[in-house]
Design a protein around this ligand. Structure first.
Ligand code: ZN
Length: 233
């Protein structure tokens, strides 16, 4: 097929199935990828300075000790990041997940994290939700970061017990108690004495990350680091 015909068919395909911005649903222009130029300029970037000032340390203070933390964006209700997280979770936008992982991976690489991480582990989805959606929205994010840091990615080590319901209790303390025992490590020898990066999409109360961290620490992880796509303001 000659090139101009190929381009014409591509244009026609884009006309029938236009690609939309993950933040505002505007039709993307030809040279825009996943997020439109307007939204890219509006993204509430999280300032990563890596000297223990990440808000996650404050959120998890007195609950579990995290070595280093990093996030890409601030999250605000009704803000553009809420749409972006929604696209990841419910529209199966795996390209977006991978793109965001490459983005944060580059930042972490520049900060020298490739010597600090051996295994990247995603927060596991509830098995029932996994069956419904068929994918974990942080998989691409975690894989891209692992790639940038020359670490391995393993989603078979940290497991969620199937009978857990994390959204039942609104109260932070009650939720923590409920979530606490719902994660366990399978194959402890693969995490023992290792430097781990736990990845998740969004931090709000920190209850899930706390529970996962405790399970990993209990299994003998030496350094526990966390990276998320966004963190609540
Ligand atoms: Zn947009």
């Amino acid at each position: 097929m000659n090139l101009s015909l190929y381009n014409m068919l591509q244009d026609f395909k884009n006309f029938l199935f236009p690609k939309l911005c993950a933040c505002c649903d505007a039709v993307l222009l030809k040279d825009e990828q996943l997020i439109c130029t307007f939204c890219r300029n509006e993204l509430p970037l999280y300032p990563n300075f890596f000297d223990g000032d990440h808000d996650l340390h404050k959120i998890l203070y007195g609950r579990v000790l995290v070595d280093q933390a990093a996030s890409l964006f601030y999250f605000e209700k009704k803000g553009i990041i809420q749409n972006l997280i929604h696209d990841l979770k419910y529209k199966g936008n795996e390209d977006l997940s991978f793109h965001l992982g490459e983005w944060l991976g580059n930042i972490l690489q520049e900060a020298g994290w490739q010597h600090k991480i051996e295994v990247v582990i995603p927060v596991p989805l509830h098995p029932q939700r996994m069956r419904e959606r068929g994918y974990n929205q942080v998989e691409g994010f975690g894989k891209a970061i692992a790639d940038k840091l020359s670490a391995s990615y393993n989603d078979g080590l940290l497991k969620r017990k199937s009978n857990s319901t994390t959204q039942v209790f609104k109260n932070r303390l009650a939720r923590t108690e409920v979530v606490q025992n719902h994660f366990y490590v399978e194959g402890r020898s693969d995490v023992k004495d290792k430097q781990i990066l736990l990845v998740d999409d969004l931090v709000t109360t920190g209850a899930t990350l706390e529970a996962c961290s405790l399970a990993l620490k209990e299994a003998g992880v030496t350094k526990l680091n966390i990276a998320t796509i966004a963190i609540s303001k």
